[in-house]
Design a protein around this ligand. Structure first.
Ligand code: 13P
Ligand code: SF4
Length: 299
């Protein structure tokens, strides 16, 4: 029996579904029931009636699934898969600004710990952040933890004032505009497609900016036969599947944490019931409100 066949049998035994982010390894995306960006996967997790959700992503994704659907068992192939940016804001930063600035909303990127979510007014993902922040009644926005996504939103919502906690994604932030321009010199007719977690300098030399799902949807619609891809290269699996005649040139490094989700890890967590996301009830309760508000505002 292949590992994929073992997983299939275990999914039936455990009444389980497998969710994978576009940054998960190719072979994991290939066996998943649902593959998508953070927002899509959060919605699938919130709505499923499967007894077990195997979440092939990073820890904040497993936490969000558990918070939005607490009666389900959430397993992760490797519980140590964490997003470094999820910790890049502090309670002190939030409290200080709440005390100093009137008419303030804290908008929290879903790439954050449940505790940070619980201190926030609303969660956002890269595919809905502009729409949600624009819809908030407050004039002042503390955007945590990603300053790059925050500054991307700020450009499109100029009527509000933005404050930041100063966090960043180590995978996206290391890419330099110079790296993109040198790739462009090698492929002059290629369009540049970029995740908003990249720096402002990289965004400035891009033709399209969007979440992983938006990049894939754009590639399908676009006439460009070649694209320089400024996000984690795991998206190339779906890009090539949907656009077999186009060429894609990845320029960002891999997210080592996303790559912890191995196909053997999927099998073993289902077989042994290990890697369960267990959360403090108080953390779950406070983080639920901003997550549900995101789901409502993003409609
Ligand atoms: P999206 O899934 O919203 O594209 O975000 C990418 C990411 O970095 C997830 O960790
Ligand atoms: Fe976090 Fe960046 Fe990895 Fe996404 S790519 S999980 S933001 S470290």
């Amino acid at each position: 029996m292949t590992t994929a066949q073992e997983i299939s049998a275990l999914k039936a035994r455990e009444r389980a579904i497998v969710l994978a982010h576009y940054y998960a390894p190719d072979e994991v995306q290939a066996i998943a029931d649902f593959v998508g960006d953070s927002f899509y996967l959060a919605k699938v997790a919130a709505q499923t009636d499967a007894e077990t959700i195997v979440f092939c992503g990073v820890h904040f994704m497993g936490e969000s699934a558990k918070i939005l659907n607490p009666s389900r068992r959430v397993l992760m192939p490797d519980l140590s898969a964490d997003c470094a940016m999820a910790h890049m804001a502090t309670e002190e930063q939030i409290e200080k600004l709440r005390a100093e600035v009137e008419d303030l909303a804290v908008a929290c990127y879903i790439n954050s710990t449940a505790r940070l979510k619980g201190l926030s007014d609303v969660c956002v993902t890269s595919s809905n952040a502009v729409r949600i922040v624009r819809a908030l009644p407050q004039k002042n926005i503390l955007f945590i933890p990603d300053q790059n996504l925050g500054s991307f939103v700020a450009k499109q919502v100029p009527e509000k004032n933005f404050y930041y906690s100063g966090g960043y994604c180590p995978v996206h932030a290391v890419l330099l505009a110079e790296d993109v321009l040198s790739e462009k010199r090698a492929h002059p007719s290629a369009a540049v497609v970029t995740h908003p977690e990249c720096t402002e300098a990289v965004r400035a030399v891009s033709d399209f900016i969007g979440s992983t799902a938006e990049i894939i949807a754009h590639a399908e619609k676009s006439d460009a036969p070649e694209m320089i891809v400024c996000t984690e290269p795991g998206v190339l699996f779906e890009l090539k599947r949907r656009c077999p005649d186009k060429k894609f040139y990845p320029v960002s490094p891999q997210c080592a944490d996303m790559k912890r989700n191995t196909i053997e890890g999927v099998r073993d967590c289902l077989a042994l019931g290990r890697g369960e996301v267990l959360m403090d009830r108080a953390d779950m309760e406070v983080a639920e409100r901003p997550l549900r508000r995101m789901l409502a505002l993003a409609k």
